[in-house]
Ligand binder design. Structure first.
Ligand code: CMC
Length: 376
C-alpha cells in the first residue's frame, strides 16, 4: 500500500460533522452555525455549551435549567475519595497530569459509567463540565497546602472557578474576561485532542475515557500546552525593552516560536484579537501592561518576518496571569472550556459511529529470514 500524504493527516477529511466550522482563509470560526464573534458579544459559556451539545440556542427556560444543572453542588463537588487521590499525589505533579488522572478516576465514581446512551453521556458531560473547574481549583489549593474551597451554586462557571481558585471574590472584569476566554476555547473542529476523543469514542468506549485521551493530547506544547510556553517566553524576555532583540535572536536561531502558526488558519486566528483586547483591559486594571507590550512586539516582528500570525494561545496567558492564574494552570483552563467541544464530538461520534482505523504507508522490510539468537 502506498500513496501521497503530507504527514500529520494534513488536509485529510475524516468525516462529516455539524459541530464546528473553520474557514482558514477568511479566519472564521463557527459553532453550530454561529460566528464566534457574535457569541463573544452576546452569549455566555453556559449557553455555548448548550449550543454545542444540542445543536441550537436554548429557550430561556432551557437555559435556566441548563445553568442550574452545571452549577448544582451535586454536579460540581468532587467525591471525597477523589480528593484523597489528589492529596496522595506528589505536590510537584503538573496540573495537566493531575487533571488527566482526576478525570480518569472520576469515572470510577460515576453512576452512569457503563452507560453509553445519549442520555447518560449527556448527564456525564454535565458532570464533567461542572467538575473540571473544581478539580483544577482543588489541585491549586492542595499543592499550596490549603483546603479546597466549596463551589458556590449561585455563581456561574467563570465566577465560581475564579472564586474557588483564589478564595476571594473576582472582579466583574475578570469574570467577563474569563467567560469570553471559555467561549473562545470551547471547540475547534478536528484538532488533535478532539480527534483523540473521537478515536476513543469510536471504539464505543465511554466519555470519561475519551476525555482522558483528549487531555493527554491537549497537554503537548504543539497543542494546548503552547499557552504555558508563551508565558515562559514572556518571563525569559522580561521587559518590553528586551523583546525585539530577544525575538530577532530566536528567529535567527530558527527556533519554533510558541503561540504562532496554525495547521488550518492562513490568516490571523479570529480568537487572538479578542484575547489581546481582554488581556490589555485586564492589564490596565491591574496597572501592569508589560506582558501585552512584550507580546505585541514579538507579534509584530514574527508576523513581519515569517508571515506567521498569533494563534489562540498567544495572548490568553497574559489575560490569565492578570487574574492571578499560575502559568502551569493555563492548559488545564483550556481543557475546562474544550471539554464542552470534546463531549459534543463524543455525542456526535456515538450517534453515527464507525470505528476509526486508518492505515500506515509501511516502509520497512517484509521478507526477513529469522536468525536464531545464538547466531546473532
Ligand atoms: N515558529 C516558527 N516557525 C514555524 C512556526 C512557529 N511557531 N509554526 C510553523 N513554522 C514554520 C515551520 O518551521 C515550517 O517551516 P519550513 O516549511 O520552512 O520548515 C512551516 O512553518 C510549516 O510548519 P509545520 O510545523 O509543518 O506546520 P504544522 O501545520 O505541522 O504545525 C503548529 C502547526 C501549530 C504545530 C505549528 O505552527 C507550531 O508548532 N506552532 C507553535 C506551537 C503552537 O503555538 N501551538 C498552538 C496551536 S493553535 C491552538 C492549539 O491547538 O492549542
Amino acid at each position: 500500500m502506498s500513496g501521497e500524504h503530507k504527514g500529520g493527516l494534513e488536509d485529510v477529511v475524516v468525516s462529516t460533522s455539524d459541530v464546528c466550522f473553520i474557514d482558514g482563509d477568511e479566519g472564521r470560526l463557527v459553532y453550530r452555525g454561529y460566528d464566534v464573534n457574535e457569541l463573544v458579544e452576546h452569549s455566555s459559556f453556559e449557553e455555548v455549551v448548550y449550543l454545542l451539545w444540542h445543536g441550537g440556542l436554548p429557550s430561556r427556560k432551557e437555559l435556566d435549567a441548563h445553568r442550574k444543572a452545571l452549577a448544582a453542588t451535586a454536579n460540581r463537588k468532587l467525591p471525597p475519595k477523589l480528593l484523597g487521590i489528589l492529596r496522595a499525589l506528589p505536590k510537584r505533579t503538573s496540573p495537566m497530569e493531575v487533571l488527566r488522572t482526576g478525570v480518569s478516576a472520576l469515572s470510577a465514581f460515576d453512576p452512569d459509567a457503563a452507560d453509553n446512551s445519549r442520555e447518560a453521556t449527556l448527564r456525564k458531560s454535565i458532570r464533567l463540565t461542572a467538575r473540571l473547574p473544581t478539580l483544577v481549583a482543588a489541585w491549586e489549593r492542595i499543592r499550596r497546602g490549603k483546603a479546597p474551597v466549596a463551589p458556590n451554586p449561585r455563581l456561574g462557571l467563570a465566577a465560581n472557578f475564579l472564586a474557588t481558585l483564589s478564595g476571594t471574590r473576582p472582579s466583574p472584569l475578570a469574570v467577563k474576561t474569563f467567560d469570553v476566554g471559555l467561549i473562545l476555547h470551547a471547540d475547534h473542529e478536528f484538532n488533535a485532542s478532539t480527534f483523540a476523543a473521537r478515536v476513543t469514542a469510536a471504539t464505543m468506549s465511554d466519555v470519561h475515557s475519551a476525555i482522558t485521551s483528549a487531555i493527554g493530547a491537549l497537554k503537548g506544547p504543539l497543542h494546548g500546552g503552547a499557552n504555558e510556553q508563551v508565558m515562559r517566553m514572556v518571563e525569559r524576555i522580561g521587559t518590553p525593552a528586551r523583546a525585539e532583540g530577544w525575538i530577532r535572536q530566536a528567529l535567527a536561531d530558527k527556533a519554533r516560536i510558541m503561540g504562532f502558526g496554525h495547521r488550518v488558519y492562513r490568516v490571523e486566528d479570529p480568537r487572538a484579537k479578542h484575547l489581546r483586547r481582554l488581556a490589555t483591559e485586564l492589564g490596565r486594571q491591574t496597572g501592569d501592561t508589560s506582558d501585552v507590550e512584550i507580546l505585541d512586539i514579538v507579534a509584530r516582528i514574527v508576523s513581519g518576518d515569517k508571515r506567521l500570525f498569533p494563534n489562540v494561545d498567544f495572548y490568553s496567558g497574559a489575560a490569565y496571569a492578570s487574574m492571578g492564574i499560575p502559568t502551569d494552570q493555563f492548559t488545564p483552563v483550556f481543557a475546562m472550556s474544550r471539554v464542552a467541544g470534546w463531549t459534543a464530538h463524543v455525542l456526535e461520534q456515538h450517534a453515527n459511529n464507525r470505528l476509526i482505523r486508518p492505515r500506515s504507508d509501511y516502509t520497512g522490510p517484509t521478507h526477513l529470514a529469522y536468525v536464531p539468537l545464538d547466531r546473532r
